[in-house]
Design a protein around this ligand. Structure first.
Ligand code: SF4
Length: 578
C-alpha cells in the first residue's frame, strides 16, 4: 500500500480475495437458467474478459414495468499488438453473426469486442474465441490488459522487436489461474476448493489494485498513444540496430467529473533500459503497483496516483531496488510523429499492406455501408494477415497490387470509402461505444459522433482546413476510453446531449488538453470551436496542428488552465486573442 494511513480495503478487494483465484460462483451461474450473474461476480467476470451490462435504451421502461434489466454481455478479445490471421478474423465474424447481433467492434486498444451477448450464449462465445486460438482472459480486470504495439507489418528490426516484446509482456503478465480453463473451456476442476499459493505466483489472491496498461511504440511514430498508459516503452534505434527502450510510467486517461483529486495524466520518463529488459521492467513496475497501489479507493487505484504521491525519484529508487539490471538515464528524443497507417503502403519483400478506415471501429452492416460483409468478403477471398490499429481501424497485410485493386472494388461495392476518399479529420477521429451498452456512459458517443464529425468536416472545408491533420475524439463519460484528453479536440459526455469540450492536445499524444468550455450542447460544439478554427486557418505556421496553435496562443498571454483546475474556462481568456 501507499504511505497513506492504512484505509479499509474496497469491496472489490474482498471479492477478489474470496474468489479462489477468480472462480467465485461464475461456473454455477453459468450452468443455471439465470439471465445474469450475482453482483459479487461482476468484478470477477471482467478478468475473464466480459462485462455484465444491460440495454440502457430500455432500462427505464423495463423498470417502470417492473421487469428486470435486459441483461447482456460485452466480450473482449485481447490481441497483443492487434495481430491476427484471416481464419481468426473469420471465426470472430461468424461468432458476431451468431451471438453478437451481427456486430463486432475494433477497440481503441487493438482488440475486438462483441456487444449484446446473452448469458445463455456467453460460454459458447468465449469458447469459440478460444477455438480460434485467441483469448479473452485479462482483456479486462485488475491485471495487465491487452499489450499494444505499432501494427505496421514492417519486417525491420524495430517493428519485429516491438511485436515480439508486446507478445512477451502479455505472456509474462497473463494470470495463471486455472479458473478460466475450468469455467469456459471445460477444463478439469481444481481438486481442492482452496486456492493454492502457486496458482497465481505473481498476482496473488488480489491481483493488481486496478487495471494496468502497457504499450510499445517507436520514437518517430506514436500511433499507439504511448503516453496514455501505465507503462510505455519507446523503442530507440542505433542505425538499424535496436538500442533499447525509453520507459514511460504513470499515464492514464480516466478521471471523474467534479472530483478534482482525480485527473488524466501523460506518462512521465522513468529511464532507459536495454533491449533485453523491457519485459522485466514491465513486471517490476506492475509489482510496485501491486504492492503499493491504492486498494481502498478504486478511483485512486492507478499507477499515476502512486507516482503523484511518491514523486518520480522515489518511484525510480524502488524500481532500482527491485530490478536485476541497471536503469539508465532517459535518452532525450524529439517529439514523436504519428502515422495512421491507412491506405496502401510498401511492406517489404515485394508485398504491400493496406489500411481500411472503420467508422469508430464498428464492424456491422449499415444501410449506407455494409462494413461487415465487405470485410468478410475481402478476408475470405484474399486471406490476408490482419492488424487492429489503436484508432480502431484494420490493416490487411501481405498483399499484391492486384489484390488491393480487388479490395478497393469490394469496399466500393459495399458502400465504403477508401482512406484517400475520406476527410483527414475523419480518419483520425475516435469515439467510445458509450450508450446503449456501457454501464458508465453519461451521454452518447459512437452513435452521435458521425453527425458531429460531419459538422466539423463542413466547417474545416469552409475554412480551407480539409488537408490539415487533426484529431477529434469523443467519449460518453470521463473515463476516457477513446483518449480524448490528448487529442486536438476532446468531447467528454456529461449528461445526455451535453459535453465538456477540451482543446490543446495533438496527434503526438504527448500533452494533455485544457478544458475549453463546460457543458456544451451537442449542436453548439462546432459553433463554439469555430472561432478557434478560423484563427488557426489564418494564423497557423507551416505544419502547426490545432492543439499546437492553441498552446502558442496561450503562451503569448502566459495563460494556463489545467484539466482539474477551477480556473475560468480557457475559451473566455482566449477569445480576445482569436
Ligand atoms: Fe463507457 Fe466511459 Fe469508456 Fe465510453 S469512456 S466506453 S462511456 S467507460
Amino acid at each position: 500500500m501507499s504511505d497513506s494511513p492504512q484505509e479499509k480495503e474496497s469491496k472489490v478487494e474482498a471479492v477478489k480475495r474470496a474468489s479462489r483465484h477468480l472462480r467465485g460462483t461464475i461456473a454455477e451461474t453459468l450452468a443455471s437458467d439465470a439471465t445474469h450473474f450475482a453482483k459479487q461476480d461482476e468484478p470477477l467476470l471482467k478478468f475473464h474478459g466480459t462485462y455484465q451490462q444491460d440495454d440502457r435504451d430500455v432500462r427505464h421502461e423495463r423498470r417502470k414495468q417492473k421487469l428486470e434489466e435486459a441483461y447482456q454481455f460485452m466480450v473482449r478479445v485481447a490481441i497483443p499488438g492487434g495481430v491476427l490471421d484471416a481464419d481468426q478474423y473469420l471465426a470472430l465474424d461468424a461468432l458476431a453473426e451468431r451471438y453478437g447481433g451481427g456486430s463486432l467492434r475494433a477497440t481503441t486498444r487493438q482488440g475486438f469486442q462483441f456487444h449484446g451477448i446473452l448469458k445463455k450464449n456467453l460460454k459458447a462465445t468465449i469458447k469459440g474465441i478460444n477455438d480460434a486460438l485467441l483469448t479473452t482472459i485479462a482483456a479486462c480486470g485488475d491485471v495487465e490488459r491487452n499489450v499494444m504495439a505499432c501494427p505496421a507489418p514492417l519486417p525491420d528490426a524495430a517493428h519485429e522487436t516491438l511485436r515480439r516484446v508486446s507478445r512477451e509482456i502479455a505472456v509474462a503478465l497473463r494470470p495463471s489461474t486455472r479458473a478460466y480453463h475450468e469455467i469456459w473451456l471445460n477444463g478439469e476442476k481444481h481438486l481442492t476448493s482452496e486456492p493454492s499459493a502457486d496458482e497465481e505466483p505473481f498476482y496473488g489472491e488480489t491481483y493488481l489494485p486496478r487495471k494496468f496498461k502497457t504499450g510499445v511504440g517507436l520514437a518517430d511514430d506514436n500511433c499507439v498513444d504511448i503516453y496514455s498508459y501505465d507503462v510505455g516503452h519507446v523503442l530507440l534505434l542505433d542505425g538499424s540496430r535496436v538500442r533499447g527502450f525509453n520507459v514511460l510510467v504513470g499515464g492514464g486517461m480516466g478521471m471523474t467529473h467534479g472530483k478534482a483529486d482525480t485527473f488524466a495524466q501523460i506518462a512521465q520518463p522513468l529511464g532507459f533500459v536495454g533491449p533485453e529488459h523491457a519485459v522485466e521492467a514491465t513486471r517490476v513496475i506492475a509489482a510496485i503497483f501491486r504492492d503499493h497501489g491504492n486498494r481502498a479507493d478504486r478511483r485512486h487505484a492507478r499507477l499515476k496516483y502512486l507516482i503523484a504521491e511518491w514523486g518520480m525519484e522515489r518511484f525510480r529508487e524502488e524500481f532500482r531496488k527491485r530490478a536485476s539490471f541497471p536503469l539508465e538515464p532517459w535518452v532525450e528524443i524529439p517529439r514523436p510523429g504519428f502515422h495512421n497507417h491507412l491506405g496502401r503502403h510498401e511492406q517489404g519483400g515485394g508485398k504491400l499492406f493496406y489500411g481500411i478506415y472503420i467508422d469508430n471501429g464498428r464492424i456491422r452492416d449499415f444501410d449506407h455501408a455494409r462494413i461487415k460483409t465487405a470485410l468478410r468478403e475481402i478476408v475470405s477471398r484474399h486471406k490476408p494477415g490482419l492488424r487492429v490499429t489503436a484508432e480502431q481501424n484494420i490493416l490487411l497485410t501481405d498483399l499484391s497490387e492486384t489484390q488491393i485493386a480487388d479490395i478497393e472494388s469490394i469496399l466500393h461495392a459495399n458502400g465504403m470509402k477508401t482512406a484517400g476518399e475520406l476527410p483527414l479529420a475523419r480518419l483520425d477521429s475516435m469515439a467510445c461505444p458509450a450508450l446503449p451498452t456501457c454501464g458508465l456512459a453519461m451521454a452518447d458517443s459512437e452513435r452521435v459522433m458521425p453527425g458531429v464529425m460531419s459538422q466539423f468536416e463542413e466547417a474545416l472545408a469552409e475554412l480551407g482546413l480539409e488537408g490539415e491533420p487533426i484529431t477529434i475524439r469523443m467519449t460518453g463519460c470521463p473515463n476516457g476510453c477513446a483518449r480524448p484528453y490528448s487529442a486536438d479536440i476532446g468531447l467528454v459526455g456529461r449528461r445526455p446531449g451535453l459535453y465538456h469540450v477540451y482543446v490543446g492536445g495533438s496527434l503526438s499524444g504527448d500533452r494533455l488538453s485544457d478544458l475549453y468550455a463546460a457543458d456544451v450542447e451537442m449542436d453548439g460544439i462546432v459553433p463554439l470551436v469555430r472561432p478557434l478554427l478560423q484563427s488557426w486557418a489564418k494564423r497557423r505556421s507551416a505544419g502547426e496542428g490545432l492543439g499546437d496553435f492553441y498552446q502558442r496562443l496561450l503562451q503569448r498571454r502566459d495563460i494556463r488552465t489545467t484539466l482539474t483546475g477551477g480556473e475560468e474556462p480557457t475559451m473566455e481568456t482566449l477569445r480576445p486573442l482569436l
